[in-house]
Design a binder for this molecule. Structure first.
Ligand SMILES: Nc1ncnc2c1ncn2[C@@H]1O[C@H](COP(=O)(O)OP(=O)(O)OP(=O)(O)O)[C@@H](O)[C@H]1O
Length: 296
């Protein structure tokens, strides 16, 4: 549904994106994660046809990103979405439905339906007077007024409280379950890990890992073993009435077992700890060469 082929963007002589390639399938949630300045927004804007690529190509629903027809299939949520503060949620959304030539009765049904699903109260209150979470919900509703097949959301949950964040992520899942294709960016890796079918990790303008979270974990992550002993050892920490040490492999587990036996105790339990996307990301970022783009 989205095809991105070696997309590049250079500002002056600063390469903001140095070659992104990935596909997003119909009905999939695909997340791009990375720290500030990684090139996520620039990538999303190139796909949405809002920034012209320096090289490479992107298509959405079969249309080139530069084709105005593509906009009919796309709902884009920018990172910052200033709303018209004097309008109410309803009048604001009606206005955008009009821009997309959505017939009135269809617009009313769709807008009310979306606002109901988002549990948006105060639909008749001035947008200048509503909370940040409500504004984000209105911006999300705006991305859906033309009933697009593809949604590109830039940091949809950034700056929201945990409750509203969960709400937004749950809504993204609902969109996928309704058959929409969702591409979104986040710097919070947990958000991505919890909702995305597939993920690309971006750092310094480049995609450094791509796949499902388990695939990325298999390829780049290392499982850790938490070994619980009945007696304290040099490197254990107390935990409840036992002691625990984290080690990297089974040989090290056996070595702990020997030391525990020598100290008159035993290994009481061994648990594996799967690396989180965040652990993997931090490892990849630490291993990366110096930023080829210079400071950002
Ligand atoms: N219009 C522009 N002119 C010059 N440099 C730009 C422009 N837009 C972005 N950049 C630079 O390109 C790099 C990538 O920016 P981008 O906004 O795509 O990153 P990001 O991953 O979305 O980060 P953030 O999470 O902070 O939004 C940054 O170093 C940024 O300063």
């Amino acid at each position: 549904m989205i095809e991105v082929e070696d997309l590049r963007k250079t500002y002056g002589d600063f390469p903001a994106v140095v070659g992104s390639s990935f596909d997003v399938d119909r009905g999939e949630i695909f997340g791009i994660v990375g720290p500030n300045g990684a090139g996520k927004t620039t990538t999303l804007k190139m796909i949405a046809g809002l920034v012209e690529p320096s090289a490479g190509s992107a298509t959405v629903a079969g249309f080139d990103a530069s084709d105005p027809e593509m906009r009919r299939s796309l709902g884009f949520l920018p990172e910052e979405s200033p709303l018209y503060e004097d309008m109410t949620a309803r009048s604001y959304l009606d206005f955008f439905a009009d821009l997309y030539d959505v017939p009135d009765h269809e617009a009313t049904e769709r807008i009310e339906g979306t606002l109901d699903r988002l549990e948006l109260d105060h639909r008749e209150r001035r947008l200048g007077d509503v909370s940040k979470g409500m504004k984000r919900k209105v911006a999300i509703a705006r991305s859906l007024v033309n009933d697009p097949d593809v949604l590109i959301y830039d940091e949809p949950a950034s700056g929201l409280d945990p409750l509203t964040t969960n709400y937004v992520l749950e809504f993204v899942r609902e969109l996928r379950d309704a058959g929409k294709t969702v591409l979104f960016s986040a710097h919070n890796l947990y958000h991505v890990e919890s909702v995305c079918d597939r993920v690309a990790i971006m750092n310094r303008g480049e995609i450094v890992a791509r796949g499902t979270v388990p695939e990325i974990r298999d390829e780049y992550g290392t499982t850790e073993y938490r070994v619980f002993t009945s007696v304290p050892l040099d490197d254990t920490e107390p935990e409840g009435d036992r002691h625990v040490v984290e080690v990297a492999d089974m040989d090290a587990v056996e070595e702990v077992r020997d030391r525990a036996a020598t100290a008159g105790g035993e290994v009481a339990d061994i648990r594996t700890r799967e690396p989180s996307l965040e652990d993997i990301f931090l490892d990849l970022a630490a291993d990366a060469e110096p930023d080829p783009r210079g400071g950002s």
